[in-house]
Design a binder for this molecule. Structure first.
Ligand SMILES: Nc1nc2c(c(=O)[nH]1)N[C@H]1C(S)=C(S)[C@@H](COP(=O)(O)O)O[C@H]1N2
Ligand SMILES: [Mo]
Length: 228
């Protein structure tokens, strides 16, 4: 099933409009309002979040170590507040419901790549398979390059948060996190771990690699929420 990426942009713009309204109510409009600069849709609404510029290529950003993994050596563990702690092999991962989706990718360094066509498994389908336990509220992600990131369970359960193995009809390449990476289209891209290795479900929040180093814990592109 394909989703209309524009509907997500509309949701994002609504969030921005509500935020501006809230600021206006507090008479804090000036100076603190994220500006809706950048490309416009035909309807005159911004296509990209404030401060972002569209790129046609797909830059590579990571810590400089790109683990060499394949369908044999890669596996994914789901642990923490789930009834069934489980390590998925590639075959078990591929046996989960497969979806296709189109979404935008926003990097905090101000580039956005629009309309990416992904194939993979919904985050929510993976964790539901393991059965969430009461108290589950936060997600901590560990990757094979020692990277980590964190997000609220509520964000991770959104329908467009995927663990993807295919981009634009091709397997995700090693430099972009293959064989499997996570994507978080409604949050800045650092919340989506390349070479994902473990999903830990918790009742408390722990900051990941960039969150510890001053990036925003919330990371909402439409709110221009980049740094804490
Ligand atoms: N494992 C891992 N995942 C990661 C990173 C990383 O360094 N290691 N960098 C993050 C950042 S800051 C961004 S912008 C995106 C970049 O993904 P790309 O290199 O495919 O564009 O991956 C995110 N996920
Ligand atoms: Mo980034």
């Amino acid at each position: 099933m394909l989703y209309d990426p524009n509907s997500k942009r509309i949701q994002g713009r609504q969030k921005l409009a509500e935020y501006r309204k809230a600021l206006q109510d507090k008479q804090k409009w000036e100076g603190e309002m994220p500006m809706g600069e950048g490309e416009l849709n035909r309807d005159g609404n911004p296509k990209v979040p404030p401060g972002q510029r569209v790129t046609e290529n797909w830059p590579v950003l990571d810590l400089g170590v790109q683990p060499e993994l394949d369908e044999i050596t890669w596996n994914l563990t789901v642990s923490g507040l789930v009834k069934n702690v489980k390590t998925f092999s590639w075959d078990e991962f591929m046996a989960l419901p497969q979806v296709e989706d189109v979404s935008d990718f926003h990097c905090v360094t101000s580039w956005s790549r629009m309309d990416n066509r992904w194939q993979g498994v919904r985050f929510r389908d993976i964790v539901n398979h393991c059965e969430l336990l009461p108290g589950a509220k936060y997600v901590y992600i560990k990757a094979y390059d020692t990277y980590s990131t964190n997000l609220p369970l509520e964000e991770a359960m959104k329908e467009d948060v995927l663990l993807v193995h295919n981009w634009e009809g091709h397997p995700i390449t090693r430099d972009h996190g293959g064989p499997v990476r996570m994507i978080t289209p409604q949050l800045y891209a650092w919340k989506g771990a390349k070479w994902i290795g473990e999903i830990v479900i918790r009742d408390y929040d722990e900051k990941g690699f960039w969150e510890k180093r001053g990036y925003s814990n919330n990371a909402e592109p439409w709110l221009n929420d980049r740094y804490s």
